[in-house]
Design a binder for this molecule. Sequence first.
Ligand SMILES: CCCCC/C=C\C/C=C\C/C=C\C/C=C\CCCC(=O)SCCNC(=O)CCNC(=O)[C@H](O)C(C)(C)COP(=O)(O)OP(=O)(O)OC[C@H]1O[C@@H](n2cnc3c(N)ncnc32)[C@H](O)[C@@H]1OP(=O)(O)O
Length: 187
Amino acid sequence: MSASTNLKPPERHPDAPAPGELLGPHYDECFGCGGGQEHGLHLAARAGEGVSVTAEFTVKKAHQGAPGLAHGGVLASALDETLGSLNWLLRTIAVTGRLEVDFVRPVPVDTKLHLDAKVTGVKGRKIYSTATGRLGGPDGEIAVKADALFIEVKVDHFIEHGRDEEIKAAMDDPDQVRRARAFEVNP
Ligand SMILES: CCCCC/C=C\C/C=C\C/C=C\C/C=C\CCCC(=O)SCCNC(=O)CCNC(=O)[C@H](O)C(C)(C)COP(=O)(O)OP(=O)(O)OC[C@H]1O[C@@H](n2cnc3c(N)ncnc32)[C@H](O)[C@@H]1OP(=O)(O)O
């Protein structure tokens, strides 16, 4: 993805989770990180140094595209989710505007994908970030990589656009409201 000019380096929020801390799901029904999705990715992201995260995702039978191999869209979802979790460290709510994925190696079922992501720069509401997914370990061979542009939004983005049924359930859940509002305390 062509990098924008005049990017500012990202600033880790003072209340961001400490390096090594698990970030936890942002929404229980999220396909990427939620515990409530049987065939979801159940991706668990952990805060790193600066504005970076690491995450792991194990490819299951439900994630196949070709026999015994992960579907590319599922791998893109794992990268998207990992990149999205960087927003916990900025304490900013943001959605993916653009995601560019390179599929470098096939990823077999039962493989654990070791992901890492970092924010490379910020300009206004635009957050530029990059991620890799490796095989065999955190320093293993690169199987997938992505560059992304996230756009900062208000929590109202979800309330306005989400289906009423799910928004009502989320707003009736005090834990969910707390998680969403925690992002709004921006300096
Ligand atoms: C209380 C209950 C609440 C419940 C909520 C629950 C939880 C909330 C908490 C956290 C959850 C947060 C996120 C989810 C996390 C992880 C999941 C993974 C992430 C995703 O999976 S998330 C889903 C997929 N995602 C979308 O569903 C976005 C659909 N989309 C839109 O909603 C709009 O499109 C939007 C908002 C993106 C922008 O719209 P907009 O009107 O606000 O702003 P605008 O268009 O002016 O763009 C501003 C500047 O970005 C540039 N720009 C925009 N898009 C670009 C592109 N594609 N390429 C290059 N540049 C682009 C413009 O060129 C301009 O640049 P400039 O300022 O320089 O002119």
